[in-house]
Design a protein around this ligand. Structure first.
Ligand SMILES: [Cu+2]
Length: 265
């Protein structure tokens, strides 16, 4: 009895994985960090004939402050891991034409009342050579979120959450992995290292799968959105937030341009 129930469950789950991963994996738009959905739900069952997409580009207007040199040799082990024992700040990562990287773009309003399956695959931020990689990620409420220490030294990761429960974890050993799940959507939860003051990362906690992080070309894509009108917000660690409104039609692709201005010093 147990065995047949279990195998039926596994078969059902397997079918759901194929369907949901094909549709929802792309919806997360997080590149290598895009988690695959692993359970049936609204995303898996959304009729593609009823959904569309938003694509766009984020640009920065104005001249950002020049990157600063960060000496990391206050920690002798960091100094051996980081070429030249120095890094550059990444407060603004700007490409040709002012395209802006590390922007968290997400649907802020328009999805109320909907629920979506939560991926079981973890979203991972790694501590590599005394730096967080990636710098900005999105994760779902209830989805495993992990902080990995790939360095042979002590990091202490502190989550500065305002809505979620903050956490503070020493990670003294290479290979250690702290797992956490966030309980509420929150933009953004900052991660800092108490050992290395230059280490910063940010986590966008979402109750739906429609979010993305821009790369150097500033582009983003939010596919498989139900037809409707949405407020899309873009968050940047130094430039703040900006929003746009976009209407998605069934099987259409709407374009949304978002721009930030360098704040006055
Ligand atoms: Cu550290």
């Amino acid at each position: 009895m147990m065995r047949s129930l279990r195998s039926a469950f596994v078969r059902a789950l397997g079918a759901a994985v194929v369907t949901a991963a094909a549709l929802a994996g792309a919806a997360c738009g997080g590149g290598a960090n895009a988690p695959a959905a692993t359970a049936a739900g609204d995303v898996a069952t959304l009729d593609p004939a009823t959904t569309g997409a938003v694509t766009g580009r984020v640009v920065l207007t104005g001249t950002p402050p020049a990157a600063q040199t960060i000496r990391v040799d206050g920690d002798k082990t960091c100094a051996t891991l980081v070429p030249g024992a120095a890094r550059k700040t990444e407060s603004y990562v700007v490409g040709d034409g002012g395209t802006l990287a590390n922007v968290f773009v997400y649907v802020k309003t328009g999805l109320e009342g909907r629920s979506f399956p939560v991926p079981s695959e973890p979203v991972v931020i790694d501590q590599q050579r005394c730096w967080y990689t990636p710098r900005v990620v999105g994760v779902r409420v209830g989805q495993p979120f992990q902080v990995l220490n790939s360095d042979p030294l002590l990091h202490n990761v502190r989550a500065e959450a305002a809505i979620n429960q903050p956490f503070n974890q020493g990670q003294p050993v290479q290979g250690v992995r702290y797992s956490h799940t966030f309980s509420t959507d929150e933009v953004m939860v900052a991660l800092r290292c108490d050992v290395h003051a230059w280490m910063n990362a940010w986590v966008g906690v979402m109750n739906h799968p429609y979010f993305a992080v821009t790369g150097a070309d500033g582009t983003f894509s939010l596919p498989n959105l139900p037809a409707g009108t949405y407020t899309v917000e873009a968050w940047h660690e130094a430039a703040g937030t900006t929003t746009g409104t976009v209407t998605v039609t069934a099987q259409g692709t709407a374009t949304l341009a978002l721009s930030f201005t360098v704040p006055a010093a």
